[in-house]
Ligand binder design. Structure first.
Ligand SMILES: C[S@@+](CC[C@H](N)C(=O)[O-])C[C@H]1O[C@@H](n2cnc3c(N)ncnc32)[C@H](O)[C@@H]1O
Length: 370
């Protein structure tokens, strides 16, 4: 464990970030599949960016983590953008100040030259919450965020006693509960977070600039939380039963992550009281589901050991920091964290059919009003 792993979240954030040291990069293939589905929108956005004037063209990605997917996104944008302009381009990769940026820096400039293979592309990393203004006024032409705005800006309730995620357990499992009132509180915060993000980005975007907002969520038939959080909840509860985790600690622990529907994503744009409706026009919106690589591999060859490893590492990469911070600080905390994920592996291995996982996402493409 590093010092970074045990520090408190920055303001307007509820996590310190993903598991670092290359772990998130190595375990985020499903997130890339979810991004890939909207690459055509990105290309369309890049083809329509307003490029008159001089100075750098700004591209900014918020919630970049260790950067593998963020750099791949920019590579696609640049393919369309570079032939359209001679201007220099600045790529900005932003995440929380507590994020582990080390792999991002190494990947952006391997061998002393830009990873984007052009000497008019300059890259920078910016630490800060995406719910704040982080970049100069009217300096960004295209802003993106992928698989990130589901991490809420604050913990709106102190305890969530029945389950570890505001969306609640998969209905047929009945291994926990979240009250209707609590669900409503999180749904409203999720809308306010989008509104706040839209308003801050509006300050940074040039008139006519584009904003692509994509995040894991829910469709009419799938929820990205089912399976993974049921498994983590069951694993944690096993330690509550043995007394290693107190009931009080369990009641206070929840992953401050919300799975939005498409209606919840677009509400701040359509309902004027959120204060963002006049700032953008809505070009595209979509709710969709992607095929999960570790499910496909398991279906193809039935290798249960690899499936269990890939499945647990996938959700460990984005849940570990919050889980660690929720446990009492002590010399055995790291060991407990490891044993909780090991317990999740054995539960999954014993009954993989109890924890089916699907990846649903929602997205919208906007244009900054002139
Ligand atoms: C699941 S990762 C997504 C990384 C990458 N965009 C991808 O799709 O693979 C979510 C990222 O959002 C970041 N994040 C969470 N809350 C944030 C906030 N308030 N401001 C900026 N980044 C935040 C986390 O630190 C993490 O790196």
């Amino acid at each position: 464990m590093t010092e970074r792993d045990s520090q408190a979240p920055a303001s307007h954030a509820t996590t310190t970030g993903m598991t670092g040291g290359g772990f998130y990069n190595a375990n985020s293939a499903p997130q890339w599949q979810a991004i890939e589905a909207v690459i055509p929108w990105l290309e369309e956005a890049a083809a329509g960016l307003p490029l008159e004037g001089d100075g750098p063209v700004g591209l900014a990605d918020f919630g970049c983590s260790e950067g593998r997917n963020s750099i791949a996104v920019m590579t696609h944008v640049l393919k369309t953008l570079l032939p359209r302009t001679d201007r220099p381009v600045q790529t900005i990769h932003s995440d929380l100040p507590t994020n582990d940026f080390s792999k991002l820096f190494l990947s952006l400039r391997p061998d002393g030259a830009s990873a984007f293979q052009s000497n008019r592309i300059f890259s920078a990393a910016v630490g800060g919450s995406m719910f704040d203004q982080l970049l100069p006024p009217a300096s960004v032409h295209l802003a993106t965020t992928f698989n990130a705005i589901g991490f809420l800006s604050e913990r709106p309730v102190d305890v969530l006693p029945g389950y570890i995620l505001p969306n609640g357990p998969v209905p047929i499992r009945e291994n926990g509960f979240v009250s209707v009132e609590d669900r409503q509180t999180f749904s409203e915060l999720a809308k306010q977070d989008v509104a706040r993000f839209l308003k801050k980005r509006a300050l940074e975007l040039v008139p006519g600039g584009k904003l692509l907002l994509q995040v894991f969520g829910t469709t009419d038939t799938a929820r990205t939380c089912d399976g993974i959080y049921d498994l983590l909840n069951d694993a944690v509860l096993d330690f509550v039963e043995t007394g290693e985790i107190s009931r009080q600690t369990y009641d206070r622990y929840y992953q401050p992550v919300y799975m939005r529907s498409l209606d919840e994503l677009t509400a701040p744009l359509l309902e004027s009281h959120y204060g963002a409706a006049d700032l953008y026009s809505l070009d595209r919106k979509m709710a969709y589901e992607i095929a999960v690589p570790f499910n496909q591999a398991f279906e193809a060859d039935g290798n249960l050991d690899r499936y269990v490893k890939d499945y647990v590492n996938f959700f460990r990469a984005f849940s570990e920091a919050v889980l660690r911070n929720a446990l009492p600080d002590g010399s055995d905390r790291e060991d407990l964290v490891n044993r909780i994920y090991a317990r999740a592996e054995s539960l999954l291995k014993a009954a993989p059919e109890r924890y089916p996982f699907r990846y649903a996402a929602v997205a919208m493409l906007l244009t900054r009003a002139a």
